[in-house]
Design a protein around this ligand. Structure first.
Ligand SMILES: Nc1nc2c(c(=O)[nH]1)N[C@H]1C(S)=C(S)[C@@H](COP(=O)(O)O)O[C@H]1N2
Ligand SMILES: [Mo]
Length: 322
């Protein structure tokens, strides 16, 4: 392990376990424990104590035909029970615990190097935005993948609202912080709240998407309600969940996992089958729910849209740790 400044017992079991053992264990979990915990997941995203979601009538949104897939959509009964959301536990079965998250009221703050700093309620923000559905792949650095129909809006629409100054070079995003409902945030050796960052050019790319819904409905809490990023050419940890804050900066932000393990979780984190993670080959991936493995594609198959963002000599921007 590369951790120097943190005790190594904090490393989640799937990170500390050789991949084949981890995958076998996960197969066991998908067939048994997950079936048993399914009953705990409510059908509706909101608990009775929360104010109503004033965006419900916007779903389902029209599908954008430019973002289709040659891969089957992963069913909701698989994806909604197999999540990474460390705020609610360092394992995959966080769905029940995540229902404690209250997603209304919810404010979004846009600040830093912008012409128009603003704090806006999530309902107001979503109602301003042109919602659409897109089918995207998602590839976790743990070498599993899924394909899902997100509903949301292009990040470029948020850029229009924020109006970054020329001095803005990056955007840092931050998740909520409330250890009283998110037990994982009591693990003080992690640098909470979860943070991620993109360059402005990455944020402006047509693929960069802010998801408010999935499968034609508002996001379930385990998927990162009420607002999460989807950058499908990057490893999954870049796609930050339950965002509360966008801060435009001149300096490159240090993201959560980069802070924990800079040698393993770099800023760029573009999907590349040729560059192994120190503990996991990235050559192939398991399509969750199917038991099948398929070869991994450069930029997760999105090179046409994003390859121009990265230059040679910068290792094509592909290494995990640059
Ligand atoms: N706030 C927050 N965002 C997060 C994470 C997290 O632990 N906390 N995990 C990331 C990782 S590693 C992955 S693979 C995806 C998982 O998204 P899913 O559970 O919707 O499949 O969320 C990403 N966003
Ligand atoms: Mo991930």
């Amino acid at each position: 392990m590369q951790t120097i400044h943190k005790p190594n017992w904090h490393i989640p079991e799937n990170h500390a376990t050789p991949e084949h053992i981890f995958l076998n264990r996960r197969q066991f979990l998908t067939t048994t424990t997950i079936a048993a915990s399914a009953a705990l997941i409510p059908n509706i995203a909101q608990s009775a104590t929360e104010p109503p979601d004033k965006t419900l009538n916007l779903y389902p949104a029209k599908q954008n035909p430019a973002y289709k897939l040659n891969r089957d959509i992963t069913p909701i009964n698989v994806t909604s029970k197999y999540n990474n959301f460390y705020e609610f536990g360092s394992h995959k079965r966080i769905a029940a615990a995540a229902q404690a998250l209250k997603t209304r009221p919810w404010d979004i703050t846009i600040e830093g190097e912008v012409q128009k700093p603003i704090t806006i309620s999530i309902d107001e923000l979503i109602r301003k935005m042109p919602l659409e559905e897109r089918l995207y792949r998602h590839r976790c650095v743990e070498a599993w993948a899924m394909a899902v129909p997100w509903t949301g809006f292009a990040f470029s629409e948020l850029l229009k609202l924020a109006d970054p100054k020329p001095s803005a070079k990056f955007v840092e995003m931050q998740t909520f912080y409330d250890p009283s409902i998110a037990g994982g945030q009591k693990q003080i050796w992690y640098p909470w709240p979860y943070k991620e960052g993109l360059t402005i050019a990455e944020a402006a790319n047509e693929l960069t998407f802010l998801a408010t819904g999935i499968y034609g409905k508002p996001l379930l809490k385990q998927f990162g309600a009420p607002l999460r990023l989807a950058v499908p050419w990057k490893y999954g940890f870049k796609s930050i969940k339950s965002i509360t804050r966008f801060r435009f900066t001149t300096a490159r932000p240090v993201s959560f996992w980069e802070d924990v393990q800079p040698k393993e979780y770099g800023f760029w984190a573009n999907v590349n089958p040729e560059v192994p993670h120190p503990r996991w080959s990235q050559a192939s991936e398991e399509l969750i729910g199917t038991g099948r493995r398929v070869p991994t594609q450069l930029y997760n198959g999105y090179g046409e849209q994003v390859a121009h963002l990265y230059k040679e000599g910068d290792s094509l921007g592909l290494t995990l740790w640059r």
